[in-house]
Design a protein around this ligand. Structure first.
Ligand SMILES: [Fe+2]
Length: 161
């Protein structure tokens, strides 16, 4: 479908993010099952919970722009997940696998942060104030999760060495 105005662009990107969050939610469940480090498991559990709330917030954003929630396959998320999956399978020890999982999860969070920043700009342009607030809340959760993962990474890296 051609994108001819900023609302259509926004809705397209929103549907892309809506799909990305679903894909990441499923992938995090698999990462959580493959993780050995307790702190990493807890962080993944907590972020899965947050992701479910983020999906509901995206549904509220769809509502504010008068659209039904729909998923548009996010190729970026698909690629990140495929890469993470093959690296997890190749990891030669639980410690290496944990370091791989933390790195892959951090990449996903940064990818989402950039996507949300773009969506916030779009919602501002459309003067959808509730959407700006909801999208900002999601972006802040992604960014605090990324920071927490980055703080955990050195210990996991050392264990894997
Ligand atoms: Fe996330």
């Amino acid at each position: 479908m051609p994108i001819t105005n900023s609302k259509e662009k926004f809705v397209h990107e929103l549907a892309d993010m809506y799909d990305a969050e679903h894909q990441f939610l499923q992938a995090m469940g698999k990462m959580r099952d493959m993780a050995s480090d307790q702190k990493l498991q807890t962080m993944l559990d907590e972020h899965m919970q947050q992701t479910e709330e983020q999906i509901s917030k995206l549904e509220e954003v769809f509502a504010e722009v008068g659209e039904e929630p729909k998923r548009q396959q996010c190729m970026g998320a698909k690629g990140l997940i495929e890469e993470a999956t093959s690296m997890m399978q190749e990891a030669g020890s639980p410690e290496i696998r944990d370091a791989v999982i933390a790195g892959a999860a951090t990449k996903a969070e940064h990818y989402e942060m950039v996507g949300y920043a773009d969506l916030i700009d779009g919602a501002e342009m459309l003067k959808k104030r509730k959407s700006v607030r909801l999208l900002t809340e999601n972006r802040e959760q992604e960014s605090s999760t990324a920071r927490r993962l980055e703080r955990l990474a050195p210990r996991l890296g050392k264990a894997a060495a």
